[in-house]
Design a protein around this ligand. Structure first.
Ligand SMILES: Nc1ncnc2c1ncn2[C@@H]1O[C@H](COP(=O)(O)OP(=O)(O)OP(=O)(O)O)[C@@H](O)[C@H]1O
Ligand SMILES: [Mg+2]
Length: 473
């Protein structure tokens, strides 16, 4: 090695001029290696910076916007691992690829534990380096795209935790604000999973009774014979098993809000009793002759066309008018597709906070999510991302990691995003390519182990990787 410091030199690939630069710092004391790495990096569009010692690298990290580092673990006068720690503390976001000598895998493993993104063993081929740097570039690109989505989201939160900036949503926020300041009943309409309960909560929590109870009642799931006692409560001895008096849900909501979810499912005889309670502002618990005054706000929701139920006679017209003083309709997700990216970012961030692990969606996966029809609306999107984040082991979520119904809907009919029930057809060669690349990614780039797990020879694996690299140029 030479002790003379290499002066800082920056090289920019011509095709990257004016574009979004990725800055790569190459730290190696061997000039020939630096030059070779720099040539490959330039050909891939990186802006390169070189350093021949750890000290030199630290100085560059202070002044340059370094995105990735290629770090030789055997540097003169410094422990490679210490250099790695120093780099990570100076620039936690930077991806560090460590270069180790043959037979020092142990230190590579140590480096991965200390936050290195990848490792490569000397001697390595130009192709190997190229593939590796391509992966680094890809990862950085996805990271910055995900970051951009996040930045966008910051200004895209609507009312009370409701995500969405589509014009229909803006209109909705205005109605919610109006509803929150009144005490009239509100009927909330919307398909399943559009956020009816979320809207009900935000009306309650931004209104004057926000410190009083919010009691949701799922009219669809209550046992018909028990609904009356659930809603109105009962006195001791009212029926077999009523060993002591119990307050009903309406009494529990005293001073606050009761949210009658799926109100269209309420049996017709209960509809009459509910109407009386609302009109007279009092309830009579089951088995009691006494009426108890109540003071509460009623919000109701339905995903059925209640008007039709009224025409058919299964829902009381007078109750419908009572509940429908103010009504608002939440649009289906497919009617406000511009909100899908915001919701994706919202749920990805939430999953990252919950698990402490940040995952990134690949370009293709984002495309699939944006094109899908979301018949189950926001709830379906939320479930999809929660499950996918939990079950994907690597840092990047690919199309293959998405639920088959969603991944398949896109590829069955390219471009229109509507599933047609036909199975997804993927050529064998593409399946093989995805399997190989995914396996290598899962194993943090360990190609030997990937070959072993896939049951193919190391040479075969390298030949295939070379072919893929050639195809992608
Ligand atoms: N605009 C939104 N922003 C953020 N989260 C949302 C939004 N809309 C819905 N959600 C989330 O999606 C899930 C479903 O919402 P919610 O339960 O309010 O829907 P719903 O219309 O009541 O559904 P269902 O008819 O199935 O009962 C919840 O976890 C909710 O927090
Ligand atoms: Mg609901």
């Amino acid at each position: 090695m030479t002790s003379a410091a290499v002066s800082h030199s920056v090289a920019v690939a011509p095709q990257m001029m004016g574009a979004n630069f990725l800055n790569l710092l190459i730290v190696d004391d061997e000039r020939s290696i630096r030059d070779a790495c720099r040539e490959v990096a330039l050909s891939l569009g990186f802006v390169t910076h070189v350093a021949d010692s750890a000290e030199h690298a630290y100085r560059l990290l202070q002044t340059q916007n370094i995105d990735a580092v290629l770090l030789d673990l055997r540097l003169p006068g410094a422990s490679g691992l210490e250099a790695l720690r120093h780099i990570k503390s100076q620039r936690p976001e930077a991806l560090v690829v460590v270069v180790t000598g043959y037979g020092t895998v142990q230190s590579a493993v140590q480096a991965m534990k200390n936050g290195a993104y990848e490792y490569v063993t000397k001697p390595f081929s130009i192709d190997e380096l190229k593939l590796l740097l391509e992966r680094v570039a890809n990862h950085l690109k996805l990271k910055s795209e995900n970051r951009m989505l996040r930045e966008k989201l910051k200004s895209k939160q609507g009312y009370g935790g409701i995500v969405g900036r589509a014009p229909e949503m803006e209109k909705l926020y205005r109605i919610i604000a109006k509803a929150a300041n009144s005490t009239h009943p509100v009927l909330i309409l919307g398909e399943s999973g559009t956020g009816k309960e979320l809207v009900a909560r935000s009306i309650h929590y931004s209104g004057p009774f926000h410190d009083k109870p919010f009691i949701p009642v799922d009219c669809g799931s209550l046992v018909p014979s028990l609904i009356e006692s659930e809603l109105f409560g009962y006195v001791k001895g009212a029926f077999t098993g009523a060993n002591q008096a119990k307050d009903g849900l309406l009494a529990m909501a005293e001073g606050g809000t009761v949210f009658l979810d799926e109100v269209g499912e309420l049996p017709i005889d209960l509809q009459a009793k509910l109407l009386r309670a609302i009109q007279e502002k009092e309830i009579r618990p089951v088995g009691s002759t006494r009426r108890i005054p109540i003071n509460l706000r009623i919000l109701a929701a339905t995903n059925r066309a209640l008007e039709q139920a009224v025409t058919e006679g299964s829902f009381r017209r007078d109750l419908y008018f009572r509940l429908n003083v103010l009504s608002l309709r939440i649009p289906a997700l497919r009617e406000r597709r511009e909100d899908i990216p915001l919701l994706i970012t919202h749920f990805m961030e939430r999953a990252a906070r919950a698990s402490g692990q940040e995952k990134i969606l690949s370009d293709e996966a984002i495309k699939v999510l944006l094109a899908y029809d979301w018949p189950g609306n926001v709830r379906e999107l939320e479930n999809c991302l929660e499950r996918t984040c939990a079950f994907t082991s690597g840092p990047v979520i690919n199309v293959a990691d998405l639920p088959p119904a969603i991944a398949g809907a896109q590829s069955a009919v390219p471009g229109n995003g509507h599933g047609n029930g036909r199975p997804k057809i993927v050529p064998m060669a593409e399946l093989e390519r995805q399997t190989i690349l995914n396996t290598i990614a899962e194993l943090n780039g360990d190609k030997l182990q990937a070959a072993r797990l896939l049951g193919i020879g190391k040479t075969t694996l390298y030949r295939k990787l070379k072919d893929y690299a050639a195809q992608s140029v």
